[in-house]
Design a protein around this ligand. Structure first.
Ligand code: HAS
Ligand code: CU
Length: 559
């Protein structure tokens, strides 16, 4: 695989910088899938307001088919495309290297192929297995093959990025990896380790079983493999937003990244402890020892640490930027931040929502409290202010400069973009209040409650239900605004790459030096193997125990 170099600045469109086109395709394809998924969201919100509208949408055979589409497209498909485009493009720019384009395009089309298979499976109502595809629910082989291809394609993007990085390191011995590339490489390595569980689950167990080659499936084994990936996948969604919060937001705010060493340490910590924590999704599963659940609970608290570091660092860089521009007072400095810039505002509102999302995560992770909220509406409340806001709203914010940067077309109507951002934030916050509250009242998650007689669930829950329903409408307005801005931007006639916004790489106040701990953690390969050893140490006893006591059951098709 060849790695070629090129020199900016770039002239016309994509002939001279084809990697822009690649990134653009990944981003826009992801955003199109998100549009479909997002439009189903209001139906879900209305369900949790006790209003059943599924009968008006005959192409959806059930609430569960709608929920499968919503979860798979938004959480798995959109994120993977957007992140693949972003995390190969940024290192390519920073290192001034180009990935092998033939291979890169092959990967993009492989991803499309996989997603098409999975989409056919869900749309034909053969795989309403939700985005966790827990066995013994049995979807069509197309679904599992499609899901596996999606993940494998993302791993191929990871390899291409690592390849570029290795090429750079060969020529720059003794230097530290530039910061943005460091963050991207650490994220990809975390994902390689984290995705191993789901790859084994689909390839070794689900695909053969759905093809009828094996007679039964062990639900506990496949769930455990699923959650091996199911937690790190949330960091795969979050860390690209962190890349932007650390490296671009300071510049967008008129300031600098405060500490490069601290930024690198927090990403190294994510690589080390993001994976061996999946059992915090399985506290209520029988057949797993409490000892290992508690070990993974402790590691979950450890992985909250780099997020706390991030909260501190990013807030400090915002304050620093604001005071540099005359901001005063304990909190008064907040006013001088560039709130008119939709890209900036989207991401800072994403951060604000994540303060609550993160706090809820700590509740979920606490062994005892988890029993109160597990499998209730609280959990979707939690993940709409993490992946639905911290990630998605940050990606919206990034798209406001990145799409103009890639296409040379200016952002259409920044004011409307700002409206889309605020309505998304408000909509998600109201949704979160409604759903957390419903959860505390014991209303289950993933349940077609609006088809039940109201007295079964609605007593005392009228206010949170109303909030949830209203939030769905606010979010619908937001989505319409966002996609209008997106479409008008992409269809704009004016195209000038020379006046297009540059990547907002921030300057650094305190740089890292290639000595001591910084030198050590620059060896991401070594960190990867240490992380892998930790994952095996923490997971193998549980997996072997389940594997040695198989409990095979036949598949269920409930649709
Ligand atoms: Fe979670 C369930 C625990 C983070 C997503 N989580 C889920 C599910 C999803 C999800 C999708 O322990 C549902 C899965 C399913 O379908 O069953 N989660 C945590 C913990 C964290 C956490 C401890 N989750 C996330 C992130 C997600 C995500 C990130 C997506 C992107 N979660 C759980 C647990 C469960 C769970 C249990 C299972 C529950 C069950 O019973 O099923 C931590 O990583 C959180 C750490 C975060 C912080 C906050 C840092 C704050 C920052 C913002 C700073 C703000 C600034 C703004 C700077 C400590 C960085 C300044 C503002 C100015 C104006 C100046
Ligand atoms: Cu988790």
């Amino acid at each position: 695989m060849a790695v070629s170099t090129f020199t900016p600045p770039y002239q016309n469109a994509y002939a001279t910088n084809p990697e822009r086109k690649l990134a653009l395709y990944y981003l826009v394809t992801g955003l199109i899938f998100l549009l479909v998924g997002v439009l189903i969201g209001p139906l879900q919100a209305l369900n949790y307001a006790g209003i059943d509208v599924y009968g008006y949408f005959p192409f959806l055979k059930s609430y569960y088919q709608g929920l499968s589409l919503h979860g798979v497209l938004n959480a798995l498909v959109f994120t993977t495309y957007f992140i693949s485009g972003l995390l190969i493009y940024l290192p390519s720019r920073e290192l001034k290297l180009r990935p092998h384009l033939g291979f890169a395009w092959f990967t993009y089309w492989l991803m499309n192929f996989g997603v098409t298979l999975a989409a056919i499976a869900i749309l034909t109502n053969t795989s309403s297995v939700l985005y966790t595809f827990y066995a013994p629910l049995q979807g069509s082989p197309l679904f599992y093959i499609g899901a596996a291809l999606l993940i494998v394609s993302s791993l191929l993007v990871a390899l291409q990025t690592l390849w570029m990085w290795a090429g750079w390191r060969d020529k720059h011995k003794g230097q530290l990896t530039p910061i943005v590339t460091y963050m991207c490489v650490a994220t990809w390595c975390m994902w390689i380790l984290g995705s191993a569980g789901i790859v084994v689950e689909t390839v070794v167990f689900l695909i053969p079983w759905s093809l009828g080659w094996t007679s039964g499936i062990d639900p506990l084994l496949t769930r455990t493999l699923f959650w091996w990936t199911g937690h790190p996948i949330v960091y795969f969604w979050l860390l690209p937003a962190y890349v932007s919060w650390y490296a671009f937001i300071p510049k967008q705010a008129g300031g600098k990244m405060l500490s490069e060493p601290l930024t690198r340490i927090s990403f190294a910590l994510f690589l080390l402890v993001s994976v061996p924590v999946g059992l915090h999704h399985q506290y209520t599963d029988p057949g797993i020892s409490t000892f290992w659940k508690l070990i993974q609970m402790s590691l979950t608290f450890a992985v909250a640490l780099p997020s706390m570091i991030t909260a501190f660092s990013v807030a400090a860089s915002l304050e620093n930027a604001a005071r540099g521009q005359g901001g005063k007072g304990l909190v008064g400095w907040v006013k001088v931040l560039p709130w008119k810039n939709p890209s900036f505002t989207a991401q800072v509102l994403a951060m604000v929502s994540f303060i609550f999302g993160g706090a809820g995560g700590i509740v979920n992770a606490s062994f005892d409290l988890n029993h109160l909220v597990h499998n209730t509406a609280w959990i979707p409340g939690h993940f709409h202010i993490t992946v639905g806001t911290a990630t998605t709203l940050s990606f919206f914010g990034i798209s406001f400069w990145l799409l103009p940067h890639l296409t040379g077309k200016p952002l259409w109507n920044p004011r409307l973009a700002l409206w889309s951002v605020w309505t998304w934030f408000v909509g998600m916050m109201v949704f979160a209040v409604g759903m957390h509250w419903e959860g505390l009242l014991g209303i289950p998650r993933r349940a077609h409650i609006s088809s039940l007689p109201a007295e079964v669930y609605a007593d005392g829950a009228r206010i949170p239900m109303a909030l949830t329903g209203i939030s769905g409408m606010i979010l619908l307005v937001s989505a319409v605004l966002y996609y209008l801005v997106l479409a008008r931007t992409l269809w704009g006639k004016e195209r000038n790459l020379e006046t297009a916004p540059a990547i907002p790489f921030s300057e650094i106040l305190s740089s890292a030096k290639p000595v001591g701990i910084q030198k050590f953690i620059d060896d991401v390969g070594l960190l990867f193997w240490i992380a892998a050893a930790l994952v095996l140490a923490v997971y193998l006893p549980t997996l072997l125990e389940i594997f040695n006591h198989p409990n095979l059951v036949p598949g269920w098709k409930l649709w």
